[in-house]
Design a protein around this ligand. Structure first.
Ligand code: GLU
Length: 495
């Protein structure tokens, strides 16, 4: 059997990380077993606040960023397109007509007011809410149509509802969670087609999965509760349901559903902060899937493809551990070629206004020297901005100097002679290299009978305004002689 899977995002905004996790699982399955990965845009819910076309670009960019590009989607097209549901309306209408003809669906003429009154009455009585199936019989339907015709003075609109079997059971076979059995009599006669001719999710999804030849549906856990309706529609057509998999919910560190309260949740936010695609992919795959080796966290992409299987998807909720993601990203940063990290840091420096767009020759030179010095400490690429400030911004003592650092290290009684001596020696140094700078500073310390720490801390604060940064001698080397001397002088004049 040729595997065909789909990722079916709705344009309800920028995609949630959990949504992309589903895309990754689908993509991995195809990479592992062969077949096609389809992406389809489910844009038929036009409720205000639920239809946000501006999120479509983020969906596309997120898939590109991860490298999990679909084989068939609305961008490239494919043999079972179109891949945007609003362009497939005629197909859904045809299929609704087929269900009506076979007696599996019916037109319902009930007004919004009637349905609302029914719902309120049911709620007041404390009974489950649902449609009373008034239009399910030919007589009831015709009576309702006539009543509406008189009320409106014109042919009334209608919805199409599924004629849910009144007895028996609908079984949802979930590959991970097992069989879930629903009593049909507890299920409502679901609306399939709305008055405006747009399908509801249940019709559109069942029709598309069938026409697109989808073999496995891997989708968010939130769809499990309505899976019986989805399967009932498929059964009504007499089709074979695809294999269903609902990866577990993603929770925040407090075990509540992951939300804004916990931190970033949109995939693009992580991209903006400077998480590498391979780190995000590795991290998201492990949210709800395991390869079996309990403690292993880092998997290369070929390893993930080789080891991925639907059986490894867990039944239990996964916890989104922000710290672990940061750690993992740091690991991937350090595994990356230096040149790549330099390149990826540049847009962060540009966005922060620390370098120009395009950067000047001297900015490039400084970036090439400076960024590698920070790779050891960096967990997310955007951290480079704060790290880079003393290097790319002008610094004039005391503006921009950390107060605590100044109090601790620029108020020592030997500060002036130390800085004077450094200025003199640095001016005469022939070769401005980290090694020569270190030898020189050690010599000055020895000559002045100061401990090494007593020399390097004041020097670092005088030149960078901070106590923390890359190795001092590399930092001085990267900044260059001119700026180093200027800063030492400005502090020396002021203390
Ligand atoms: N359009 C649905 C969503 O964005 C997807 C449901 C499915 O994959 O079946 O949540």
């Amino acid at each position: 059997m040729q595997v065909r899977v789909r990722y079916a995002p709705s344009p309800t905004g920028s995609p949630h990380v959990g949504n992309l996790r589903t895309a990754i699982y689908n993509w991995l399955l195809v990479k592992k077993l062969g077949g096609q990965f389809i992406a389809r845009l489910e844009d038929t819910d036009r409720t205000p606040g639920r239809y946000m076309p501006e999120g479509i670009w983020d969906i596309e960019e997120s898939l590109r960023y991860l490298g999990t590009l679909p084989d068939e989607w609305w961008v490239s097209g494919g043999s079972t397109g179109p891949y945007i549901q609003s362009e497939r309306l005629a197909l859904y209408q045809d299929h609704a007509d087929k269900l009506i003809a076979s007696g599996h669906a019916y037109r319902c003429y009930c007004s919004r007011e009637r349905l609302e009154a029914m719902r309120q009455e049911q709620q007041a009585k404390g009974v489950p809410t649902g449609y009373d199936r008034c239009c399910r019989s030919d007589a009831g339907r015709e009576e309702m149509r006539q009543r509406r015709l008189i009320e409106l003075g014109s042919e009334p609109t209608f919805v199409v509802r599924l004629a849910m079997p009144l007895d028996g059971q609908t079984v949802v076979h979930d590959l991970v969670k097992g069989d879930i059995v629903y009593e049909n009599r507890t299920q409502d006669d679901q609306v399939l087609l709305k008055t405006d001719g747009f399908p509801t999710y249940f019709l559109a999804c069942a029709v598309d999965d069938h026409l697109m030849g989808v073999t496995h549906v891997i989708r968010g856990d939130d769809w499990l509760s309505s899976a019986a309706k989805f399967v009932a529609v498929i059964n009504a057509f007499g089709w074979d349901p695809p294999a269903l998999v609902h990866p577990p919910l993603i929770l925040g560190p407090d075990r509540k559903k992951l939300s804004k309260r916990h931190g970033s949740t949109q995939f693009t936010e992580f991209v903006d902060q400077g998480y590498l695609p391979e780190a995000l992919l590795n991290f998201l795959v492990l949210l709800g899937w395991s390869a079996g080796d309990e403690n292993r966290e880092l998997f290369s992409l070929p390893e993930l493809i080789e080891r991925f299987s639907l059986e490894g998807i867990s039944e239990h909720p996964a916890i989104f551990d922000y710290e672990k993601l940061k750690w993992m990203n740091g690991m991937y940063i350090r595994q990356s070629p230096q040149g790549r990290i330099i390149g990826l840091c540049m847009p962060h420096l540009q966005k922060a206004g620390l370098i120009g767009t395009p950067p000047s020759e001297s900015e490039i030179e400084l970036a090439r020297k400076f960024i590698p010095l920070e790779i050891e400490r960096m967990k997310v690429l955007s951290e480079i901005v704060v790290m880079a400030e003393p290097f790319f911004k002008e610094l004039h003592f005391p503006a921009g100097y950390e107060e605590k650092a100044v109090t601790k290290w620029l108020k020592v009684e030997y500060i002036k002679p130390l800085l004077q001596r450094e200025i003199e020696e640095f001016t005469n140094l022939t070769d401005w290299t980290p090694e020569n700078l270190e030898a020189l500073v050690r010599q000055i310390g020895d000559d002045m009978e100061l401990k090494f720490a007593g020399v390097i801390h004041p020097t670092r604060v005088a030149v960078t305004g901070r106590t923390v940064g890359p190795g001092l001698f590399e930092a001085l080397w990267a900044l260059g002689r001119e700026i180093t001397l200027q800063r030492l002088q400005s502090v020396c004049d002021a203390v």
